[in-house]
Design a binder for this molecule. Structure first.
Ligand code: ADP
Ligand code: MG
Length: 300
């Protein structure tokens, strides 16, 4: 098969592994720089172009869209969908996953564990907003933050009020969330492909840090998931409509709760913690799906 990996940087571990693993399985892999692509939106003949030429027809596209280029990146993925190319994750699903509030709202409709979460616009709602998620300590989060940036722990009622006021004063969109203290600064990353968790790791934040992001210095170890954790991850991926994703779960006293679902999950941490060929498994999935006549529906 001919497969395009949409990525801004061919030297990133995840991009390199996707090229390598695809070639190992006998596919032809092009790494295509998302921002260098442009679109020809023409009646009945949608095309993606790059460096003066129309791109060849790909059997599948693996989107690796960074959070900073969501708008343009998802437009390119959508253009491939219009051409009938199988995209591993659909553009609408990627867009959905980038908004933490939208994601939690969608998950809340199904029976999936979530940290109690509030969202408001007007500052006079602040006290009730905090009370509603169980009172301080609470976690305050920027709606579109990544890598732990924009996630703040407010220990006391006063701190929570002033942090929320400050963010709102800056017109930032924020979530106020119950702090899952018993998670102990750790979370679980479940790597889902299709309807299976293919690998999982536990990430532990550095001493004194409640955020477990590897980008914040957290460390990853192998973990065996409970049945409930596994089902939670698979259901969350299904609700989001993502075929390949990282579902982040906190272990709370009330069972697993989903914190976020990442549509371009990194491969380095998970492959080194588990020793599994996760990139290869993405191709196994593509092989089973792209060859069928079921093309992505290309919803707007
Ligand atoms: P980002 O998108 O920046 O990674 P997350 O929502 O995943 O933001 O939060 C970053 C980290 O902070 C999580 O991996 C987790 O360790 C910690 N965290 C986030 N929300 C909570 C919460 N409600 N309770 C306890 N810890 C949390
Ligand atoms: Mg996270």
């Amino acid at each position: 098969m001919k497969v395009a990996v949409l990525s801004r940087n061919p030297n990133l571990y995840s991009t390199r592994r996707l090229k390598e693993a695809g070639e190992e399985r006998g596919h032809e892999i092009d790494v295509v720089d998302t921002l260098h692509c442009y679109m020809d939106v023409t009646r009945s003949r949608p095309v993606v172009r790059c460096k003066g030429e129309a791109l060849p027809f790909y059997d599948a596209v693996i989107p690796r869209i960074g959070a900073s280029i969501t708008f343009y990146g998802t437009a390119i993925v959508r253009q491939f969908e219009m051409m009938g190319t199988f995209c591993v994750n659909e553009s609408v699903a990627i867009t959905r996953s980038r908004d933490k509030l939208r994601s939690l709202q969608l998950l809340s409709r199904k029976d999936i564990g979530l940290p109690r979460t509030g969202f408001a616009c007007k500052p006079d709602d602040i006290k009730d907003l905090i009370k509603n998620v169980g009172g301080a300590p609470v976690v305050v989060k920027l709606l579109e933050g990544t890598q732990g940036i924009g996630v703040v722990l407010a220990d006391t009622q006063k701190a929570a009020e002033s942090i929320i006021e400050a963010f709102m004063g800056l017109k930032a969109n924020i979530l106020v969330q119950e702090f899952i203290k018993e998670a102990g600064g750790a979370d679980i990353r479940c790597f889902v492909i299709g309807s299976k968790v293919v690998a999982a790791m536990k990430r532990q934040g550095v001493e004194g840090e409640f955020r477990s992001n590897l980008h914040r210095g957290g460390t990853a170890t192998l973990i065996r998931l409970t049945k409930e954790e596994r089902a939670t991850a698979v259901n969350a991926a299904k609700v989001m409509g993502l075929n390949v994703c990282g579902v982040d779960i906190l272990q709370s006293d009330n069972g697993p709760v989903v914190m976020e679902v990442n549509s371009s999950p990194g491969l380095q941490g998970i492959e080194s913690a588990t020793g599994k060929n996760v990139a290869g498994m993405i191709y196994e999935f593509i092989e089973s799906r792209a060859s069928r006549s079921t093309r992505t529906r290309g919803k707007g």
